[in-house]
Design a protein around this ligand. Structure first.
Ligand code: UDX
Length: 434
């Protein structure tokens, strides 16, 4: 069994580390957040992820989970070091590698014996080489750098890690068979297929996959306005498309308020930046990005359309996280929509999310937080569905009708039964359906 130091205990680090204990490997979580690490030891997790608490408890019980803020200790105790630190995009679209550089430097300064360094942080092509250069500067012995991009989806992170469609493992040219086998064996239990390739291919594959999925979303979103004008329900089109095996039943063709989260917005811009550095203007992905942000404004315009003539309207936003089953509000679509509404002068905005209310407060927006959808829609003039939570799918529209002042619904996830809503007397607007 391996002893693995996880450098950076965010979403990727935590999920990967905890899942690795399932196979009997020992992990040491490292981060600068002391309190968060102390909580981990008690089984208290900083994120909401299905199945993660149970796996965490099992790992703790077996004594497979340790924590430390000290990289020297982590480097001493581990044979494999896995970098899972953030790589946010800078103003110019390029990934900010300062956290990764610093983490690698600190580990390298503590290295006294051969180690395998795995990069899991999403980082530009050439990052494995950069890691090699940094380590070489501080350490003269033998070490290997491996690139293993992460494809897990928040909200079902454990499932998408344990039953990944594939694990991609990128090695440098001179890697020994012994190291290759150890890393392949480490990830083999977690993928239907394991793709062994070089570091550059592994690094670029993550960007290209994510940009493609983002492209699918912007593609279907680009059709929503036209569908509304044509009187067509875009959901029917998505279904017809997904029945084509070349497109596939799981294609990202769910129309909505645009993609959010930590990966797609950042990765699309990063691919544009990478292409640009090699002299290719990636117009296609520039437009994918534009459509995405434009789609959020489309939601705000729909709300404005309904409430503009109402005196001091109350607007109720249901959903603040960027997708269901997570409390993550990074690049939250609701944030953009609320900011736009505030710009338009709307002051009475009530919000509710089953998990993300507290996280959203970091944006300091002048809005009212409610503890249930029912409180949020009380006396409202426009109900807005922003996140596709199951709880909202099952909204009791009869009760909603009794609570609201004016019967307007903007359903940015096409979650509700539009015919029923209309029958009950609601003015209804979805995305790509009227
Ligand atoms: C994504 C990738 O799927 C994952 O492989 C990668 O490692 C990290 O980025 P994640 O950001 O967790 O995962 O969520 P995902 O389920 O891919 O959704 C991203 C965004 O797209 C969400 O805001 C979601 O609501 C939106 N989306 C997704 C759509 O609007 N329509 C769709 O059809 C699918």
């Amino acid at each position: 069994m391996e002893k693995i130091g996880i450098i950076g205990t965010g979403y990727v680090g935590l999920v990967t580390g905890v899942c690795l204990t399932q196979e009997g490997h020992g992990v040491i979580f490292n981060d600068h957040k002391k309190e968060m690490l102390a909580n981990l030891k008690k089984g208290i997790l900083p994120i909401h992820e299905k199945d993660l608490p149970e796996l965490m408890k099992a790992g703790l019980k077996k004594g497979l989970i340790d924590v430390s803020t000290d990289k020297k200790y982590v480097a001493d105790q581990s044979d494999i070091l896995m970098f899972c630190v953030q790589t946010p995009s800078k103003e110019d679209g390029n990934a900010d590698l300062s956290y990764l550089r610093q983490a690698v430097k600190e580990v390298a300064q503590s290295m006294k014996s051969p180690k395998i360094l795995i990069n899991k942080s999403t980082a530009p092509v050439g990052t494995a080489r950069l890691i090699r250069e940094i380590v070489r500067h501080f350490y003269n012995g033998q070490f290997d750098v491996v690139s293993v991009p992460e494809f897990l989806q928040e909200g079902k992170a454990v499932e998408t890690f344990i039953h990944a469609d594939r694990q991609v493992v990128g090695f440098e040219d001179d890697v020994s068979d012994e190291v290759k086998n150890r890393i392949v064996n480490l990830f083999k239990p977690f993928g239907k297929e394991i793709v062994v390739t070089n570091t550059k291919t592994a690094e670029f594959s993550k960007y290209v996959c994510n940009a493609f999925l983002a492209l699918e979303i912007s593609y279907i979103n680009s059709m929503t306005g036209v569908s509304e004008k044509l009187g067509i329900d875009i959901q029917d089109i998505s279904r017809i498309m997904r029945l084509d095996k070349r497109i596939g039943p799981k294609a990202f063709l769910e129309p909505g308020p645009g993609y959010g989260g930590m990966c797609f917005p950042k990765d699309v811009v990063s691919v544009v930046g990478i292409a640009d550095r090699f002299g290719y203007t990636h117009k296609l992905l520039q437009v994918v990005n534009e459509i995405n942000w434009r789609q959020r404004l489309n939601v705000a315009e729909k709300i404005h359309h309904f409430v503009q003539k109402i005196d001091k309207p109350k607007i109720s936003i249901l959903g603040l996280s960027f997708k269901k089953n997570t409390s993550d509000v990074r690049n939250s679509q609701s944030k953009t929509v609320i900011e736009e509404l505030l710009k338009l002068g709307y002051k009475n905005i009530a919000v509710y999310d089953p998990l993300a209310n507290d996280n959203f407060k970091q944006f300091n927006l002048p809005i009212e937080y409610k503890n249930s959808w029912s409180e949020a829609v009380d006396g409202s003039d426009c109900l807005v569905i922003m996140t596709e939570w199951d709880e909202f799918k099952q909204l009791d529209l009869d009760l909603v009708k009794k609570k609201m002042r004016t019967l307007n619904i903007v359903d940015s996830r096409n979650l509700l039964d539009k015919e029923l809503a209309k029958k009950l007397g609601f003015n209804y607007m979805g995305m790509g359906r009227k």
